[in-house]
Design a protein around this ligand. Sequence first.
Ligand code: GUN
Length: 279
Amino acid sequence: MAQLIDGKKISQEIKDELRETVAELKAQGKEGALAVIQVGADPASSVYVRNKKKACEYIGIRSESYELPEQTSEEELLALIRKLNNDPKINGILCQLPVPAHMDEDKIIRAIAPEKDVDGFHAQNVGALVIGQKGFVSCTPAGIIQLLKRSGVEIAGKNCVIIGRSNIVGKPMALLMLRENATVTVCHSRTKNLPDVCRQADILIVAIGRPKMITADYVKEGAVVIDVGIHRQEDGKLCGDVDFAQVEPVAGAITPVPGGVGPMTIAMLMHNCVEAMQE
Ligand code: GUN
C-alpha cells in the first residue's frame, strides 16, 4: 500500500498559515488585493476563477473580478492590465488562461508588471528562477515541492523524472527540483524508451495531459508518483495522467486525483499573493 499524499489536507494547512500571516500584515496596516481577469465564459475557467476568489476571501485578502466578454479586443485587455499595473491598491494580477484565440497570450503575460505577476508566468520571473534569484514561481510546480516536503519525501540526491515540458509545469518543475538538489530528467513526446527512463525515477512527476497513460510498467517499486493531470471520464468521474489502480500497489507514495496536486495550485497562488503584499 502506497502512502497517499493528501493535497487537500496540505493545501488547507498552507491556507491556514497564510491566513495568520495576512492577519499580522493587516495589523501593520498592509492590505492585499488580487485582480482576477477572465475573458469569455469557459466553464472550467469559471470554476478555477471562483475557487481563486474563495481562497482570497478565506485567507483575508480582497479580490477584484473583471469578467470581460469573449469579443473583448486585445487592446482593451491590455489597457485594463496597464490600469491595474498602475493601481497602488492592487498587488497581484492574474489573467485566467486560455485567453480567446484572437489574443496573443504571450503579449498578455508580458504586459503584467513582474512584481504583480502572482502566476509567475512573466519572463522576468521565469528568468529569476533559472538563475536562482527572487521572483514569483509558477504555482503548480511550487505546490508539488510543498507536497513532497510536507509529506516527508527527501529530494536531495534523488533521481527525478518529469514527463512534460510546458512553460507552466514541466520546465519550472525541473528548475525547482534542481534547486532542491535532485538529479533531473525531463521527458516529452520525442523521448525514446519512455517506460525505461521513467523506471529510473525515485520521484516521477507526470504532466502529459493524457488520461491514465502511466501504467505500472513505468514505475519503479517504491517510487514517489506525482500526478498533475486531471480529466473528466465518460462516467463523470475524474482521473489523472496516471492509472491509479495499477500504479498505487507499486508506488511508495502517490497523489490521488482529485485531491492531490489540484488544490495545491490555489494554495500557492495565495502564497504568492501574500508575498506580493510584503513588497
Ligand atoms: N489556466 C490553467 N492554469 C492556470 C493558472 O495556473 N493560472 C492562470 N492564470 N491560468 C491558468
